[in-house]
Design a protein around this ligand. Structure first.
Ligand code: BT5
Length: 341
């Protein structure tokens, strides 16, 4: 399926190089002749690329006989914006941005099959077929949110793959705290809530053999500037966005950068120290410890109190009979009153 529309500003494009030069000299005017010399192109070509940047929304002033000055930068999800000042070791070293894709997860999966290195990050402004779990849809309007997928290649057993789901949701909770100063709560296995409203969903997909992981795709959708009227009325649970919660818009590229840094840091911790620190933080940040939940699977329902998660990512639920059951999959609903506690 060929859904994606042109990648935005790959790093070696002249437009990206011009932006890098402006960034290197904030607020200064750079002459067309100098830009042409540095980029090895004519002044007419420089003018053409500056024009292309203006079309993208960059405010660039042309000062007669002096040169060009960057006045303002739009909130675009392009590699140059996301990677400006990005400090990472693995995740986000290669960022590929699209205006529109069917699903960043699908695209990242294909890139990983073709050998994309660990940390490759696919970002899209909008998705036409954003994926949720179990064939569900992730609503992905343009210009407001962040939709991204990251390729990881950890040397772990397939049974440990869900540990990376917990890692990514903890990293996202940290990012929301860092960028917006808000506390979010994790709902097992892959939702992030603010005041019981869903602000983000994660969909991690795995390619594995019997005893080794080929690669994992961490798929993250987070509502940043979505407005109340952009949410469809038939969502499974109430939803929100960061802008709704903070009352002001969030800069998407800065958020993406912070997320990549948190993911990278936590992944480094995971590789060095294993899963325990992540499990501990997941429990601290989860909405669920001690809460009564109903878990639904086809032909099966369990109501009980959450006692934690185990090393394989199973939710531990203590039913009315006192036994603790390991829940490996299913939909979990928080029960308002806690009749079993
Ligand atoms: C999820 O599924 O929450 C995982 C969503 C993962 C989306 C990301 S975006 C980047 C990457 N590329 C992809 O193609 N996917 C990943 P699930 O738990 O099944 O929840 C899906 C349900 O959430 C839907 O059935 C709706 O009820 C609701 N929903 C859909 N879009 C939403 C949105 N933008 N905000 C809040 N809730 C939404």
């Amino acid at each position: 399926m060929k859904q994606q529309k042109a990648t935005l500003c790959p790093e070696k494009e002249p437009t990206s190089q011009i932006l890098a030069l402006f960034r290197g000299r904030p607020g200064m005017t750079i002459s067309g002749a100098e830009l042409g010399q540095l980029l090895n192109m004519s002044r007419t070509a420089v003018w053409k690329h500056v024009h292309a940047l203006k079309e993208l929304g960059y405010q660039i002033q042309a000062e007669p006989s002096r040169g060009y000055r960057l006045l303002a930068t739009p909130d675009l999800l392009i590699p140059q914006e996301i990677s400006a000042g990005l400090a990472v070791h693995r995740i986000g070293r290669q960022i590929i941005c699209y205006r529109e894709v069917d699903s960043t997860n699908r695209l990242a999966y294909t890139l990983a099959e073709d050998g994309a290195p660990e940390g490759t990050t696919v970002v899209a402004d909008t998705q036409t077929h954003g994926k949720g779990r179990l064939g569900r849809t992730w609503v992905s309007p343009p210009g407001v949110n962040l939709y991204c997928s990251i390729v990881l290649r950890p040397s772990i057993q397939p049974t440990a793959a869900s540990q990376l789901t917990f890692l990514s949701v903890v990293a996202l909770a940290r990012t929301i705290e860092r960028v917006a100063g808000l506390t979010s709560r994790i709902k097992w296995p892959n939702d992030l809530l603010i005041a019981d409203r869903k602000i983000a969903g994660l969909l991690n997909e795995l390619s594995a053999e019997t005893d080794r992981v080929n690669f994992l795709i961490l798929g993250i959708g987070v509502n940043l500037n979505m407005l109340p009227e952009q949410f469809p009325p038939d969502l499974r649970q109430p939803a929100t966005s960061l802008a709704i919660e903070c009352g002001k818009p969030v800069h998407r590229a800065s958020f993406a950068r912070a997320l990549l840094e948190e993911l990278d840091g936590l992944y480094g911790t995971y590789l060095a120290k294993g899963y325990e620190p992540i499990r501990a933080e997941w429990l601290r940040r989860s909405a669920m410890g001690g809460r009564t939940v109903t878990v639904t699977n086809p032909g099966y329902e369990l109501t009980g109190v959450v006692r934690g998660i185990d090393e394989y990512g199973a939710l531990l639920v203590q039913g009315g009979n006192g036994h603790i059951e390991q829940v490996l999959a299913g939909d979990v609903k928080l029960v308002e009153n806690n009749p079993l506690v």
